[in-house]
Design a protein around this ligand. Structure first.
Ligand code: HEM
Ligand code: 2DC
Length: 469
């Protein structure tokens, strides 16, 4: 017999009291750990209300499968009101990230072809490979300059630049020059604005931005300043390409980049293109860079595994005779490492959908329209889901039984991460070049954990040492 919605365990009766307790637990930074704890307390399903944010939370891959089967034709995830409020406030269009319904679908279908289709990889790979090579050259230079034949540093700033350079080269078909010694201060400001934008979003998940705006709260003002910086820089890049296209006479590049392709295709309005390209540019920095930083950290902690990956890369290089597109098909363990990183250190603490139809999960009835969240961080660390979850083991992904609704770092289905293909390729190419050139080591035994700033970030600097092979 199916139990009713109101019997789902959890604290959902008084959102304000729950928000107060959440805040006392420093919940803004600990969301992922609080979710994990809730699953331990209540079991594989619980209902919750914090502030005005209400959801049903699940953890099992089988239940994730039920959730995604009920996502409907126009899948809708949690509305991040801080982001929509900013656009409403500044009169800017929503891009694919924030659109819903038919408007989302029609934009997404066109963007899919230009951004996430496998066919585009042959265009993206040479661009990303060049950035990867430049990164390696930059590290060699740093090592040389240190005079110690090694370079010990917190790589996060370097990785932000690598990520922005990579995504920009794909979007605009040209380089920003972030692998050089002196970089455009505006590009640096863009990077800082993204970090600030994420950081100021998380409190506004629970307290309506409209309210914070009315009382002139600092968090809202900082958030506006951050998005203003992001949009100004993206606008500059977009204008630049737009101008070039209009002046273009005859001879043109082989592949002009995502933005120019969309403009030439002429199927989306210029305002829609600008909105989505800005989101792609902003979404392409902290996500991949932090995932790469975690991966380097894990490789430094597991030297034998690092050698295994290096051997795989060397064999792939030999067999493909240096053809990067071909090489990417021969590195299953490197791909497994990236999945393993996202299992233990996911960018997104959860995936969510407002379900389009009634469903039954863990024998509870859940009505259509409910916000259902899959606890991605909690699932990745659940011993009932993953054998010895605390161990970093890329080889577990080589077995197919590991896969059923367990590899969800980029989300699922038609609403999954639009930048997925770019992200995966960029990260694979990065690891190939790093493994071919440097041994990655770490200093002392510092345990690094995650902290929630809308995306999950390392809670302290990760200091690594790179040594030439
Ligand atoms: C959406 C993860 C990199 C752009 C998402 C979602 C996740 C995610 C979990 C929500 C998917 C869902 O609801 O099913 C990641 C991870 C990344 C990454 C783990 C890297 C390691 C990127 C990059 C870009 C990007 C590089 C841009 C080039 C987007 C956009 C959406 C999205 C535009 C919204 C798509 C839509 O609503 O239709 N990402 N992402 N992401 N991501 Fe990513
Ligand atoms: C944050 O409870 C926790 O990929 C909330 O590239 C639920 C939630 C909703 C939407 C998620 C967000 C979480 C984490 C960051 C995500 C976002 C959707 C897209 C975004 C996962 C899990 C991200 C990082 C995009 C951001 C693009 C943007 C900067 C233009």
């Amino acid at each position: 017999i199916v139990r009713p919605f109101n019997e789902i365990p959890g604290l959902w009766k008084n959102g304000v009291v729950n928000l107060y307790n959440f805040w006392k637990l420093d919940g803004f930074k600990n969301l992922h750990r609080i979710m994990l704890q809730n699953f331990n307390t209540y079991g594989p399903i619980y209902r919750e209300k914090i502030g005005y944010y209400e959801s049903v939370n699940i953890i099992k891959p089988e239940d994730a499968a039920i959730l995604f089967k009920a996502e409907g034709h126009y899948p809708k995830r949690l509305k991040v009101e801080a982001w929509t409020s900013y656009r409403d406030y500044r009169n800017r269009k929503y891009g694919v990230l924030l659109k819903n319904g038919e408007d989302w679908r029609s934009n997404r279908v066109i963007l899919n072809k230009e951004v996430i289709s496998l066919k585009m990889l042959e265009n993206f790979v040479p661009l990303l490979d060049e950035v990867g090579q430049d990164f390696v050259a930059r590290v060699h230079k740093k090592i040389h300059r240190s005079g110690q034949n090694k370079w010990t540093t917190d790589l996060s700033q370097e990785l932000f630049k690598y990520a922005l350079e990579s995504v920009s080269s794909v979007l605009y078909g040209e380089r920003l020059g972030l692998m050089l010694d002196y970089i455009d201060p505006e590009a640096q400001r863009f990077i800082d604005c993204i970090t600030l934008m994420f950081k100021t979003t998380s409190p506004m998940l629970y307290i309506p931005p409209a309210l914070l705006r009315n009382i002139g709260a600092k968090v809202w003002r900082d958030h506006v300043e951050a998005w203003d910086g992001i949009f100004n820089q993206a606008d500059r890049c977009i204008q630049n390409i737009y101008r070039q296209l209009r002046q273009e006479t005859g001879e043109s590049k082989e592949y002009p980049g995502v933005l120019a392709s969309l403009l030439l295709l002429d199927k989306l309005s210029i305002e829609d293109i600008k909105a989505s390209v800005t989101e792609l540019m902003a979404g392409g920095v902290d996500t991949t860079s932090i995932t790469l930083l975690w991966t380097l950290y894990e490789l430094a902690r597991h030297p034998n595994l690092q050698e295994e990956l290096r051997a795989e890369v060397a064999a792939a290089r030999a067999e493909s005779q240096g053809d990067m597109l071909d090489m990417l098909k021969r590195i299953p363990l490197v791909k497994g490492a990236l999945k393993e990183t996202l299992r233990l250190h996911p960018v997104a603490v959860s995936l969510q959908r407002y379900i389009a139809e009634d469903i039954i999960i863990q024998n509870y009835h859940i009505p259509a329209g409910t916000l259902v969240q899959l606890g991605l961080y909690a699932m990745g660390r659940d011993p009932k889901v993953f054998f010895r979850p605390e161990q970093y083991q890329p080889s577990r992904w080589l077995r197919t039984e590991t896969q059923y609704f367990k590899s969800l770092g980029f989300g699922f289905g038609p609403r999954q991460c639009l930048g997925r293909r770019i992200a995966e390729t960029e990260m694979q190419i990065f690891l190939i070049h790093m493994l071919e050139n440097f041994r990655i080591e770490k200093q002392r035994n510092v345990e690094v954990q995650s902290t929630f700033e809308l995306i999950l970030l390392p809670d302290k600097p990760i200091i690594l040492t790179l040594k030439p092979l």
